[in-house]
Ligand binder design. Structure first.
Ligand SMILES: Cc1cc2nc3c(=O)[nH]c(=O)nc-3n(C[C@H](O)[C@H](O)[C@H](O)COP(=O)(O)OP(=O)(O)OC[C@H]3O[C@@H](n4cnc5c(N)ncnc54)[C@H](O)[C@@H]3O)c2cc1C
Length: 378
């Protein structure tokens, strides 16, 4: 068998939060790693830019203070004519610009010693018996493993799954708008009646606001028009609106073979209720690096990525999907209560930091209902 002259241990496709984390972790373990991205960094990424506490906790370094645009300690939820608010003494989320945050993760990967190629789009993957070929617009690279971290339209996922059709996608649009004096600078606002199975948001970012909308099942309505309508109804000006697909967890996607591992959006690891994806992107990048290093360094016979990542956050994504379907199917029961009973909101936020958050939350709702029924206060 002819082996290629330059053979990487692992080629990571995509340098967003999932890919840069995976590449850095591989490289720190001494694995010969190549990281490829179609964009030149720093690059723009449409996003609300909210890093939850659990996202912050899976960063294994301190976020530089100048990257933090705002620290949010409160949440306000709106549905129809109702609203509920919850404020904590300490922070619930940290707001960043994705351009700067992703660039930091990319630079950390590059500084860890992995080889990086930017401005080079991967166009196809070929599976050879003993290695994998990654073809870009400019050349061909070979590796023992490929970590697919190339986002919602992943070329690696399409290769592994034989296409990208039939999976659950949401659509999202976002705009950066000027500050509103009437809006608190440390509160995240969620509007549940403006989106289909998702929500509209206004997040404070220090010098500006991020206003956006995401959802599924738009049927005859357009998410872009819905965002424009939402902004108009709040007297908010808008200039550039940008959109992107959000692949939600739906269990159908294959996320791993003996040589390919999908991470982040490429694997569809977005939480179907909160729309949060940076957390699972970083976490899955780390888990993929551990699985690959076990095969390369410890000579493990099989890549157990699927088992490992399921043990860490698999069930929670499943519960998130069930919870989202339940809430949006019966909005008058759930959203109505969510936006009128501060206790439900508080419990959701307090549970959110853990990997069993949805199961715990659903259980706590049942307990709360029982207490209310028997006349006790929660
Ligand atoms: C409008 C919007 C708002 C959001 N708001 C939030 C939020 O506030 N908080 C949160 O946690 N999540 C949010 N999300 C979800 C979050 O942005 C994603 O889940 C997260 O970016 C996933 O990270 P990733 O590394 O998997 O993919 P990405 O961040 O999409 O990175 C993929 C990388 O792959 C590269 N790439 C793509 N194709 C190729 C190719 N063929 N060859 C080479 N490189 C390629 C891209 O250039 C990119 O750098 C939001 C999503 C959207 C669309």
């Amino acid at each position: 068998m002819d082996m290629p002259t330059t053979l990487y241990d692992v080629i990571v496709v995509g340098a967003g939060p999932a890919g840069s984390t995976a590449a850095r972790c591989c490289s720190e373990k001494g694995i010969k790693t190549l990281l490829i991205d179609k964009a030149d960094f720093p690059r723009y990424k449409p996003c609300g830019g909210s890093l939850s506490l659990r996202t912050m906790s899976c960063l294994d370094f301190e976020l530089p203070p100048d990257l933090i645009e705002a620290e949010c300690t409160g949440v306000k939820v709106y549905y129809k004519d109702k609203s509920a608010a919850y404020k904590k003494p300490d922070r619930i989320a940290v707001m960043v610009s994705r351009k700067k945050f992703d660039n930091l993760l990319y630079e950390r990967a590059r500084d860890s010693g992995c080889m990086t190629l930017t401005g080079e789009r991967v166009v196809s993957i070929e599976n050879k018996r003993d290695y994998i070929m990654v073809n870009t617009e400019k050349g061909t690279y070979t590796g023992m493993f490929v970590i697919g971290a190339d986002g919602a339209n992943s070329v690696v996922s399409r290769f592994l799954n034989g296409g990208n059709r039939g999976y659950l996608f949401a659509s999202a649009f976002v705009s950066e708008i000027p500050l509103l004096p009437s809006l608190e600078k440390d509160v995240l606002h969620f509007y549940f009646d403006d989106a289909c199975s998702g929500y509209a948001w206004i997040f404070p970012h220090g010098a500006y606001l991020s206003a956006g909308i995401w959802g599924t099942n738009w049927n005859n309505s357009s998410p872009l028009d819905s965002l424009k309508g939402f902004l108009k109804s709040h007297n908010l000006p808008f200039d550039k609106i940008r959109g992107h697909k959000m692949p939600l967890w739906d269990r159908k996607r294959k996320i791993c073979s003996d040589k390919i591992l999908l991470t982040g959006d490429a694997a569809g690891f977005i939480d179907s209720f909160s729309g949060e994806g940076i957390y699972t992107a970083i976490l899955s990048g780390k888990i993929a690096a551990e699985s690959v290093s076990d095969c390369i360094i410890n000579k493990a016979a099989v890549c157990d990525y699927e088992k490992r990542r399921y043990a860490v956050f698999g069930n929670n994504l499943r519960y998130a999907l069930c919870f989202s379907r339940m809430v949006h199917k019966f909005p008058r029961i759930f959203l109505d209560k969510f936006a009128s009973d501060e206790r439900l909101l508080r419990r959701y936020i307090d549970n959110h930091a853990s990997n069993t958050s949805y199961r715990n939350y659903i259980r706590s709702l049942i307990r709360l209902k029982a207490k209310v029924k028997f006349g006790k206060s929660a």
